[in-house]
Structure formats: C-alpha cells, structure tokens
Design a protein. Structure first.
Lengths: 175, 533
C-alpha cells in the first residue's frame, strides 16, 4: 500500500514538474502579446488564446500536487493543536466523505460535457482561434482525477498512521 | 417533505462545523455542497441535474480572460519574494526611517503599501515583513502587540491596494452582477464596469487606509515608554535606499501606471509585471555582464514606449512614410534587445539558487503552481456549494430578505456589510467572495436609493474590498494571523498578535465608514480617468 502511495506521489510530482513551467510560458506569451499589440498594433488570436489555455491547464494540473504538499488552505486553529493520530482520522474521513465523492461527482457530471467536446473535436468560437477546446475541457477531468488520486495516497498514509499504536506516535507540540 | 430552507440552514451550519476540523476548505465546501444536493434530491427538494452546470462553471474559470491575471500576479509577487528584492526593500526602508520615533513602524507600513502595489499577495508580504521587520522592532523597544499588529495590518494592504488577486476576483464577480442586473431591468446595452475601474476605485481608499495606519503608529509611538532612543540603527549592513527602492517602484509605475492610464488591461499589465519582476530579479543576482544586458533591456522597454507614442509603428498598412520605416526598424531592434534581456534573465534566475537551494525560477514557478491551484480549488468548491445553496432556494430567501428590509437600499447594504464582517471571523476572502457576493450583490445593485437612482457598483466594490480585508485579520481564523504566527519570534505570543490587530481592524472599520459617507473617494478617480460611470 505504501508503494502505491509513493507511486501516486511520483505521478503528481512529475506532472507538476512540467506544469509549473506553464506559468513562465504564460508570462512570456502574454508579454509578447503586449509588445506586439501596443508597439506594432499586431495581434494573433492564437497567441491570446494560448495564454488562457496555459492558465486553464496550469491550475487544473497543479491541484493534485498542491494536495501532496498539503498546500490547500485549512482552518488550522484546532487542527494545528491535534495529535498526528487525530489529524489522520480527520484526513481519512475527509478523503472518503468529502474529497473522493466530489472528484467522482465532477467526473460524472462533466462526462457529457467533456466527451461531447471530444466527439465534435470542439475548436475555438473565434475565427482563426486554436482548435483544441476539447483538450482544454479535458482539464476538468484531469483536475478531478489527479486530486482524487492524491486523495487516495493521503488516505493510505493516514490509515498507516492509525495502525501504529498510539503510544508510539509522537504528540504534536502545541503553542 | 422537508422545508428546503431548513436544509439550507443545516447545510450552512454543518459546513462551518466541518471547516473547524481543519480539513481543507476547498473540499469541505465542495463536499457539503455535493452531500446536501444528494440529501435534497433524496428528499425530493433538490433537482439533481442542476449540478450539471458545474463543468461549464469550472471551464469558465479556465478560459476567463480576467482570471488569467491571477497566476501572473501571483508569479510576479513570488519572484519578488524569492529573489530577495522585497527583503532589500524592508531593510533599506527601516534603516532610513528608524532614526525617527515610531519611524520603524511607519517604514513597515510604507513598505507594506509599496509591496501591496506590486504583488498583492498577503501571505508573501507578511512573511517577508515578519521575518525582517519584527526582530528589529522588538529590539528597538516596541511593544510586541504593536509590532505584531503593524506587520499583520501592513501585509493585508496588498488586498486593497491594486493590483491585487482579491480585486481581480471581486471585479470579475461585480461586473457580471452589474451586467445581469441591467439586462434584468430591460437595459439592452448595459454599461459595464471593468477591472480597471475597480482598481482605480480602490486606490484612494487603500492609500488613505495606509495613511491612517501610519498616523496611528506615529501617535502611539509618542506614548510608548520603552521605545529605544531614536539614534539606534538596527540595520547597520542594510542595503542603500535607492537601489532597493527603485525596482519595486519601477514595477508599480509599469503595472499600475499602464492600467490607470488605460494603456493596458489588467491581464496585459500582469504579463508586463511578471516579466518585469523576472528582469529585476535577475538584475539583482546576476554578475556584471548579465546585469548590463538586463539594464539595456529595461532601457529598450522604455524606449519602445516612447517610440510607440511618437510614431505610427504599424507595419501592416499600405503606405508607410520613411520616418515611420526608420522608427519601425528601431523598434524591431529594441524588441530584439528586450528579448535578449529576457533570455538572459531566465538563464540567470535558473542559475541562482534561493535559500532552500532551488533555482529561483523553479522555486517561484512551483510556489505559483501550488498557490494558484489552492485558490482555484477553493473557488470551484465555493461554486459547488453555491449551486446547492441556490438550488435549495437559499439565494431567493436572502434576496427577499434584503428587498423587504425596512430602510431600503441603505439598510440592505449595511446588513450585507455586517454579514461579511461577521463571516470574516470564520472564513477568508475567497469563500466570502464566491458565496456571499453572487447572492447579495445583484440584489443590492438593483435596489433603488432614496433618490430613485441605483448605487454605484464601484462604491459597493470598494466597500466590499475594505470589508473583506478585515477577514484576513479577525481572529480566530484570520489568514494573516497564521502567516505571522509562522514567522514571528517566540517573544511574540499569540495573545499579543490578537491584541495587536484590534486597533487596526478598528481603523479598517473607520475607513469603511469614511468611504460609506463620502462615496466620491471610490468613484472619483475612475470618473476622472474617464472610464468610470
């Protein structure tokens, strides 16, 4: 089970390793757009669309990795003082009652939306725009899938912590 | 059969209770939205296909031209933080001002305001200010509560002084609401408010708030008995003022200036800011040869702006006079120089490592990824929550409640403001922004004022922005307090932090009252710039 959790970590870490560069690409393309438009009065619709393509893929691909690093905001006034065991219970219960159902629901409710876009190979509504709306829409699935996947890793680790007998788990120092 | 409104109330209370367990906010909001939709559907009071609006709603976030500014502004701020440009600024300013009584605290507020005008990331500003300014403030004899309050409050200026992430999201919400309200009223060519307008509306209130803070700490310092003699210089080795002050000032002029002058949309300005921050970060860390190339790139940027304002540089036209040809050629050269500078900057930021040993660019990109993903996960969670809340009739209920209030529009606005303030104790700005605003703002904008007109969306926006700022500070769940706690030295107790922020929250409420009484503070600048309504 632990190996599965590590594999999941690797998946999200690898994806984030690529996805993080999308923001740099975004900055560069957007800057190029600004120079072309304001200096030379030239604009390429593909280049302005490329910016929001990058934006859309950026945060959908990064959500799972943010969970890996525990970067999703928690209200931690109570959580911060809890013993690791209690935290593990909260994370285990939260994953099964909240996170995984949500990820499943997002995939379920967007099934027609995403497959429909693939079926017609949906392109830009603008003339001359990028023809890859269907790829972008798949980002919704990627968001839910990567998040759910990382949720499974969180659950495995929490369960592993619970299986350690309590006297061995160290208490968290509270301020 | 159960009253759906009762279910709504249970859902709201359950969500608050589950949030307290510390499970990530995004998933608690989404999860309770989903669970109560299922419960409602089982009981026959919720129409489950309503949730199929979710994918369109998520996709709307992915392809919104406005929200593209969010990751770019985050990146800009993170680059400033990781490259220590922000740290230089804090140290230089406190060196300059610590010679005066209370000057150190005033310097913190000034730096907070300047960082706010460049980055607008509350967490990053507080971390930087807390690490660098708290120890010298304590050493100079400031009371821990005053020092902590000053740092936390200055950090939150990033939320109200544009450009800020919160204003980008708020502007998006308000402009949608404003258009829908007018269409509902049968106005088919609705007036629009843009993000530029909201940015302009928040500048004066933001600066006024910073001035209020500064006046307060200077007055407090007069009566602070233990304050060290004004000659103590806490930063002997601090960098000089101008080299430290210039880069952030340049960014403010480039980003905010281009937005206010109407030259660039906020999204374009965010692109300028992101690349500008990269250039400045590389310039700080790079060797001399590299720094020269980057300086040349910065000068070419300036020259390009001037060329573009003097000549017609469009290559795509039939007849081009000779002078314009020369100018176009010069502009092309300058652009090449700029591109070379950016390439060099990218290489320099990959080669220089931050304190954790990661290349600055990699560290900044990674941090931007997690911050942006966190923000949008909460927005998606709040959307799902709102879908269910709306589907169960909660939104209609609140709408009727607000419309039926005695006292009309004024008391409705007051009620909403009070709600946002109270919710701010428990939630932070993202949740409030995406749960309360979509339900209440359309109602407020449609309500007639005493003279029969409707209220200015910019005035309302500025009030909401000021009010949301308190949510960062109000205990127990103020985000600013967590950031401060994580970097504050042990000499500062959590109780000091809580006590320290009280006067600053009071000042925020004073500012709220001032803008309430004199709406021109918010509406004046946008009107002056010719873009407002």
């Amino acid at each position: 089970m632990n190996r599965l959790a590590s594999r999941i970590d690797t998946v999200n870490r690898t994806i984030a390793g690529t996805a993080r560069w999308l923001v740099v690409a975004m900055a560069l393309v957007q800057f190029a757009n600004v120079v072309l438009r304001h200096v030379f009065s030239i604009s390429f619709i593909q280049m302005s669309e490329a910016v929001w393509y990058l934006h859309g893929l950026f945060f959908t691909l990064g959500a799972g990795y943010a969970l890996l690093g525990d970067d999703h905001v928690r209200i931690d006034i109570i959580y911060g003082r809890l013993a690791p065991r209690t935290r593990a219970i909260i994370n285990l219960a939260g994953t099964f009652c909240l996170l995984l159902p949500v990820c499943a629901a997002i995939i379920w409710f967007s099934a027609d939306y995403v497959t429909g876009a693939w079926r017609i190979r949906e392109g830009s509504a603008e003339f001359g725009g990028l023809p890859f709306i269907y790829v972008l829409k798949t980002g919704i699935w990627a968001f839910a899938f990567l998040l759910g996947l990382q949720g499974i890793a969180v659950a495995i680790r929490s369960a592993a912590r619970l299986s350690i007998r309590p006297q061995y788990s160290s208490k968290c120092p509270s301020r | 059969m159960i009253d759906p409104l009762l279910l709504c109330a249970i859902m709201a209370l359950t969500t608050l209770a589950v949030l307290m367990t510390g499970y990530p906010v995004a998933f608690v909001l989404a999860g309770s939205g989903l669970l109560f939709a299922l419960i409602g559907a089982t009981l026959g009071v919720f129409h489950l296909p309503l949730l199929s609006a979710l994918p369109q709603s998520i996709f709307g976030l992915m392809q919104s031209p406005t929200l593209v500014a969010v990751p770019l502004f985050v990146f800009m701020g993170v680059v400033l933080e990781k490259s220590s440009l922000a740290a230089d600024l804090v140290q230089a300013a406190s060196k300059l001002l610590s010679a005066r009584r209370g000057g150190l605290a005033a310097a913190v507020i000034g730096v907070g305001a300047l960082l706010a005008a460049t980055t607008g990331i509350v967490g990053a500003t507080i971390t930087t200010l807390g690490l660098l300014a708290l120890p010298p403030m304590l050493a100079a004899g400031y009371r821990p509560s005053l020092a902590a309050g000053t740092v936390a409050a200055s950090g939150t200026l990033g939320q109200i002084i544009p450009p800020s992430i919160a204003l980008v999201l708020l502007g998006d919400q308000i402009s949608i609401a404003y258009q829908n309200v007018q269409i509902d009223q049968g106005i088919f060519s609705p007036r629009t408010i843009t993000l530029n307008d909201l940015f302009a509306a928040c500048i004066l209130p933001g600066l006024a708030l910073a001035s209020l803070y500064a006046a307060y700490v200077l007055i407090r310092a007069r009566f602070e008995p233990g304050l060290a003699s004004p000659n103590d210089k806490p930063h002997a080795a601090a960098p000089d003022l101008w080299p430290a002050l210039l880069p952030p000032l340049l960014l403010v002029v480039a980003v905010l200036g281009s937005i206010l002058a109407g030259l660039a949309t906020p999204t374009e300005a965010a692109g300028i800011g992101a690349v500008g921050a990269l250039l400045l970060a590389a310039r700080r860390t790079a060797r001399k040869a590299t720094a020269t190339i980057i300086n040349a790139a910065l000068w070419s940027m300036l020259a390009l702006v001037m060329l573009a304002s003097l000549f017609d540089l469009r290559p795509q036209r039939d007849v081009i006079p000779f002078a314009d040809w020369l100018a176009i050629a010069a502009a092309a050269l300058l652009t090449l120089c700029l591109a070379a500078g950016i390439a060099v900057a990218l290489r320099a930021t990959v080669r220089t490592r931050d304190t954790a040993g990661l290349p600055i660019l990699t560290a900044a990109a990674t941090r931007t990824l997690t911050l942006t993903a966190m923000i949008f996960a909460i927005v998606i969670g709040a959307r799902l929550f709102s879908l269910t809340f709306r589907g169960l009739g909660g939104a209609d209920f609140i709408e009727n409640l607000l419309q039926g209030l005695p006292g009309g529009a004024t008391s409705a606005v007051f009620m909403v403001m009070a709600t946002i303030f109270i919710l701010g104790f428990f939630l932070d700005f993202l949740e409030i922004l995406y749960i309360v605003i979509p339900v209440t703002v359309p109602v407020l904008l449609a309500l007639p004022l005493a003279d029969g007109s409707t209220m200015s969306p910019l005035w309302l926006g500025a009030l909401i922005a000021l009010n949301l700022q308190t949510s960062f500070l109000t205990p127990p769940f103020g985000i600013a307090l967590f950031y401060l706690r994580s970097v504050a030295p042990d000499a500062i107790r959590t109780a000091d932090i809580y006590r320290g922020i009280v006067p600053f929250v009071a000042l925020q409420l004073v500012m709220l009252a001032i803008v309430w009484t004199w709406p021109v503070l918010a509406t004046g600048l946008p009107a002056l710039l010719g873009s407002g309504n």
